[in-house]
Write a protein that binds this ligand. Structure first.
Ligand code: HEC
Length: 132
């Protein structure tokens, strides 16, 4: 009897723990709204802009100017690099994930973005790539 009580107790503890942790995980994975201005642009500014503005090597080679949301959405001279809602099909993600040839991984010939930075951009595209 004494034993059984103990078991019941510890089961409750396990249940409480499981419940608590799923509630917590739910909160974390419920994607927060990513902001272009607050979250995405600062990454572009520090890792892409020096080459992707008038006169920069990336701009000269591809026509991609990353100084504004409108220009980012316009893409290169071959067309859009962001497909709103679809990070997998977005050239932008292909290049920063390094899924294309290593020679055109972005940032070009520099240290890749950190994983959390890549995920911010991915979430922003998944959430519709808004000018928010
Ligand atoms: C050191 C300079 C440099 C930096 C920094 C840089 N790029 Fe580039 N980028 C280039 C060059 C050069 C090309 C042309 C590559 C080619 O086609 O051979 C290019 C091309 C591109 C293209 C077009 C590829 C295509 O399909 O033609 C995209 C998209 C791109 N860059 C995104 C980015 C992003 C996003 C960042 C920041 C995370 C970034 N770049 C940082 C130099 C740079």
């Amino acid at each position: 009897m004494h034993y059984a009580n103990k078991l019941v107790c510890s089961n409750w503890l396990v249940l409480a723990f499981l419940f608590g942790s799923t509630a917590w995980a739910g909160e974390v994975t419920a994607a927060r709204q990513v902001s272009y201005q607050l979250d995405v642009y600062p990454i572009i500014q520090s890792h892409c802009l020096k080459c992707h503005k008038t006169g920069g090597a990336g701009f000269e080679a591809s026509g991609l100017d990353l100084r504004s949301y409108d220009n980012l959405m316009k893409g290169t001279r071959h067309g859009a690099i962001v497909v709103p809602g679809n990070p997998v099909a977005s050239t932008l993600m292909v290049l920063i994930d390094g899924r294309a040839d290593k020679s055109i991984r972005m940032p070009h010939n520099e240290r890749p973005l950190l994983k959390p930075q890549v995920e911010i951009i991915r979430d922003w595209i998944r959430q519709g790539a808004q000018n928010n």
